[in-house]
Design a protein around this ligand. Structure first.
Ligand SMILES: Nc1ncnc2c1ncn2[C@@H]1O[C@H](COP(=O)(O)OP(=O)(O)OP(=O)(O)O)[C@@H](O)[C@H]1O
Length: 985
């Protein structure tokens, strides 16, 4: 295989003949100029000759780089330039342009609608820019992008913000809605302007809004479909309820606070009817009490049962002082003994099934019987293994006993039904304490302790929620779960580790409560019989309402008389008076609004290539979209999910509009009040920060990250400027050199460029913009600045303008400039277009984004050449380090390689034994290089400056060794001062 590569190298060698004669002559006189060859490009991207005879001495004889492209832009100039580029390069029209062009393939990234409740923060910037990077990449590759940005416009938080101090008092639903709409429109306008400024490509005049009539109509069609399949139904059952906002909440609207502290209690329920198997013990030792544990003592008055696990083991235990006989799970005895500070002697053991038939007395409600019931949700990991069951306040409890009399009102206070002692007390505050006192008074309180545990809070009010029963509309998730899991199995999840959380969220929800008792939302299209409360809803009513919404918007639900809201088919059938009916007052959960966006926004098959959102959507939009789509179209609405982590505040909390702990992207871009503390960075720095961040773990933003992003871009600018400067006067359309005619080093660079392009494409494909930035930096630092640019300057500056050697190099520079610019364009669109404006070889008025992705050619691939150059580079690096930073041009170099493959490869870079202008000399940067496989005998060893020995492994790595090792690729170099002529050639 290596021989094959070698033959391709030597074949090319035969075709190429060095043509530089002038360079050889110039080389010795321009030593100080050459001394810059081993340095990187200066930050300005230019090289100034260090002529000892005075400045300008060589300026006329050398072709120095020149370009109008500014090396650095900062402050107001930078901001103006970005805005100018957005205008001149048609950022606003790009989306429409690409939709109109011919393209076979579409790429659909469906935008999750941000909430229209405030100004955007850098978390949103991260989300929107990540999406834009992908869209721009796909667009450059020729795909039609379908990306319609949207906004989530309804919901309580907007309603509350819009009403402010006013509250709802005295306002009609239409007045509330009017205020909420104005508020949402303001937030949308500000968010849209910000997204445009970040350079996000979209048709900003055609976005989707969940408060648009047409959107609402599409949503009602999904509602109708699910209702007709029996997946949406009305019921009276426990739901999460937020007393602070007086509404039902869905799982997706909860935030779990892991530091919530509850007053947990252990309480006894005395057995009034002892299970038959236990009668003996009770007869001999006295009355037995069932011990329960709860973190919510306020639910004790609503207790209806105590549950046991049928196949677990239970023990009757006696306290050391003989005061009590307690029934607990056998597994829990030891830890309970420690907790209660007493020995617990087992006096009898039973299976759970043997507890059946037992009945207890309610500890605070005299005369109330509490049966012992079997259940599967009993947790043996904590508590007593016997579960206090209050069906009104627990979803699992409700499945055991569907009793749902509610003792707690919408404000979270005990009602009259709870009895005079408790009535009017807040269950999460003084009501809880009163219940504990009542238990104490009844002799039923065994222990009280503080318990820190995870507890659900209202995502907006940040107050704890409770579970209470109410009449609501639900989606039957149990009926969808299996299909949803099947659909999810076909979805690519990035990162794959998030799949478990997606599945866990599906499992966690038995049902989804979709009705809200507010005004700012899409009305649930149901009419009720005033007397019986019977709902009137069918295919005709919902379609008719949907039609009205699409024509007039959903305000018409409140504006139109019932006779207009009901369709003719139904009106004809309504027996009796229409006034017997009333319209429903509930609106749909906003997660149902946004969860049906696939139906309102996606075209054709209504399945997007990808959804890209933050990890909060694992339990939110990703779920609601999946469930509604699976219900209606039996598939997920996305082929892939990309789930990024959060930008967090300095304290490590999620940055959030509602928490107000945000960094404003506007300040990042335009600068803050004190420019010395927060200078204007421009949009590309913000975008680079996003790309560079590891978005799959928590991300922070601060001066260090932004300064580093700015410095990265400055370095990139310098590299681009160097290339632009050296392309002055070069027209690739007429002056480009065929790769086969090029210098080997140039061919090698094309080979590297091809590898780079392919890796960049893969990185973007994998949604790994961070990898793309690292590849770019590696390429410009290692392959360009430190290597290629450092060796080509002689050719560029000293060879005749139109020489093959110089044109060969310029051809490569043009390709590299083009490749690098296109490769960074998805991340830095402003910079990419700016470079394109200065790049020679295309018509004025053309823009980079309208001219495609990197065009690398398969003929650039030269693995054999890679071996030769890398072998030579290993020698060069060692030579350069041996001269301790002095100019390589002050030295002559002898390279001795024993006959074999490595020698043949080196020969391909230098035909003559000794040369001042060979490609090997160019690479070594020495003034002259001799390649030999046997050192001359008459060598003047006194002049030797340094030497080194190598063992080069052509299969891969080049290792340097001080010892002369045996093996196939042994080589040695010797360094002599300039003008040392011992070698007879
Ligand atoms: N701090 C953050 N870091 C990263 N992404 C975020 C952050 N906050 C929100 N997002 C993402 O931005 C997108 C739009 O968010 P949306 O406006 O709905 O957020 P939100 O949670 O309602 O806003 P906020 O948290 O600011 O009140 C979603 O994909 C969401 O995951």
């Amino acid at each position: 295989m290596l021989l094959c590569r070698l033959s391709s190298v030597t074949q090319n060698l035969a075709r190429w003949r060095p043509c530089s004669t002038r360079r050889g002559a110039l080389l010795h006189s321009a030593i100080s100029f050459n001394s810059s060859r081993c340095q990187n490009v200066s930050s300005e991207g230019t090289v100034q000759p260090k002529a000892t005879q005075g400045p300008g001495q060589y300026r006329d004889s050398v072709l120095l780089p020149r370009t109008e492209f500014p090396s650095n832009l900062s402050g107001q100039k930078l901001l103006e330039r970005e805005m100018e580029i957005q205008r001149e390069c048609g950022f606003a029209e790009l989306y429409a342009w690409q939709r109109d062009r011919k393209s076979k393939k579409e790429y659909c990234l469906h935008d999750g609608p941000p909430y229209a409740n405030g100004d955007p923060h850098v978390g949103h910037a991260l989300n929107k820019i990540l999406k834009d990077i992908r869209n721009r990449f796909e667009m450059l590759r020729g795909r039609h992008i379908h990306y319609v940005p949207g906004w989530d416009c309804h919901g309580l938080p907007i309603e509350l913000k819009a009403l402010g101090e006013l509250g709802t008092s005295g306002l009609s639903p239409l007045q509330v809605r009017q205020k909420a709409r104005v508020f949402a429109e303001g937030a949308i306008a500000r968010q849209r302007a910000a997204f445009q400024r970040w350079g996000v490509m979209a048709d900003w005049d055609n976005c989707y809004y969940t408060f648009d009539g047409s959107y609402e109509a599409a949503q009602l069609k999904v509602f109708q479909d699910m209702h007709s399949k029996g997946l949406i139904y009305q019921d009276y059952k426990p739901v999460f309820w937020s007393p602070s906002t007086r509404t039902a909440l869905a799982e997706a609207e909860l935030e779990y606070n892991p530091q919530h502290t509850s007053k947990a209690i252990y309480a006894t329920f005395a057995l009034s009817t002892v299970p038959p198997e236990m009668a003996d013990i009770a007869g001999k030792l006295g009355s037995i009490s069932v011990l329960v544990w709860t973190t919510q003592p306020w639910t004790i008055p609503a207790n209806q049962a105590v549950c046991f696990m049928p196949n677990a083991q239970y023990s009757v235990v006696k306290r050391a002082d003989g005061s009590q006989l307690l029934l607990v799970a056998t597994d829990r005895v030891a830890s309970l003994a420690t907790l209660l500070g007493t020995e617990l002697e087992s006096v009898g053991t039973f299976t759970g099934a043997q507890l059946e038939g037992g009945v207890c007395c309610h500890p605070t409600i005299p005369g109330k019987d509490v049966p012992l019931l079997p259940a599967n949700h009993v947790n043996m990991g904590k508590g007593t293994g016997l579960v206090h069951t209050a069906p009104a306040h627990g979803m699992e409890d409700f499945t055991v006993a569907r009793h749902s009399e509610c003792l707690v009102d919408e404000d979270g206070q005990f009602t009259e039904l709870a009895g005079p002692e408790l009535q009017g007390q807040r269950v999460m505050a003084e009501g809880n304490d009163t219940v504990i006192s009542m238990l104490k008074a009844a002799g039923a309180l065994v222990k009280e302790e503080a318990c820190v545990h995870s507890y659900p809070y209202d995502w907006r009010s940040k107050q704890p929620v409770l579970i209470r029963p109410s009449k609501q509309w639900f989606i039957n998730i149990a009926g969808l779960k299996d299909k949803a899991k099947e659909a999810l199995a076909k979805v690519r999840v990035i990162p794959e580790s998030a799949r478990g959380s997606l599945l866990a969220h599906l499992d966690r929800r038995p049902y989804w409560c979709i009705s809200r008792q507010r005004s700012w939302g899409v009305p649930i299209p149901v009419f009720y019989h005033k007397e019986t409360g019977e709902p009137l809803i069918n295919r005709h009513t919902v379609s008719h309402v949907a039609q009205l919404f699409s024509e007039k918007g959903s305000d018409c639900w409140w504006e139109l008389p019932l006779g207009s809201l009901l369709p003719p088919e139904v009106l004809q059938k309504v027996t009796g008076d229409l006034t017997e009916y009333e319209r429903g007052e509930d609106v749909l959960d906003i997660w149902f609004d946004s969860g049906t966006s696939w139906a309102a926004v996606l075209e054709g098959e209504a399945q997007a290539d990808v959804y890209v959102e933050g990890k909060d959507q694992i339990g939110g939009w990703f779920q609601s979209s999946l469930l509604t789509s699976v219900a209606v179209q039996k598939k997920a609405p996305y082929k892939a999910l990309v789930i990024h982590d959060f930008v967090v505040s300095e304290k490590g909390d999620k940055m959030s509009k509602s928490l107000g702990n945000i960094v404003d992207p506007d300040t990042v871009i335009n600068g803050g009040e004190d420019p010395s503390l927060s200078p204007p960075y421009g949009a590309d720095v913000l975008r680079w920060w996003v790309a560079k961040s590891n978005v799959f773990s928590e991300v922070q933003i601060g001066p260090a990250a932004l300064t580093s992003a700015r410095d990265n871009i400055s370095k990139l600018r310098a590299t681009l400027k160097f290339m632009l400067g050296n392309l002055r006067g070069f027209d690739p359309r007429t002056q480009a050199v065929d790769p086969k005619e090029m210098h080997y080093i140039d061919q090698y660079l094309l080979h590297l460029l091809r590898n780079y392009s392919m890796k960049m494409t893969d990185a973007y494909n994998d949604f790994d913009a961070g990898r793309a930035t690292r590849l770019l930096q590696g390429f410009i630092t290692r392959d360009l600045s430190s290597f290629y640019f450092s060796i080509i300057k002689d050719r560029l500056y000293c060879d005749p303008e139109n020489s093959l050697a110089r044109r060969s190099c310029q051809t490569v520079l043009a390709e590299v400039l083009d490749g690098v610019t296109r490769s960074i364009a998805p991340i830095l669109p402003h910079l990419a277009e700016e470079v394109y404006i200065h790049t020679p070889g295309h018509e004025g008025g053309e823009t980079l984004f309208r001219s495609g992705w990197i065009k690398s050619s398969p003929v650039w691939r030269r693995p054999g050449l890679e071996e030769a150059v890398e072998g030579a580079c290993a020698i060069r690096d060692s030579f350069l380090s041996s001269i301790h930073g002095r100019s390589a041009a002050e030295y002559e170099l002898i390279i001795e390689i024993e006959p074999g493959l490595l020698f043949e490869l080196m020969e391909s870079l230098q035909e003559e034994p000794t040369s001042s202008y060979s490609q090997l000399t160019e690479l070594m940067m020495s003034s002259r290089t001799t390649l030999t496989n046997a050192l001359p005998r008459d060598m003047n060893a006194d002049a030797l400056i340094s030497q080194g020995n190598f063992l080069i492994n052509l299969e891969g790595e080049a290792g340097v060794s001080n010892q002369f090792h045996g093996g196939p690729s042994v080589c040695r170099f010797l360094v002599f001062p300039l003008n040392w002529f011992p070698v007879q050639t």
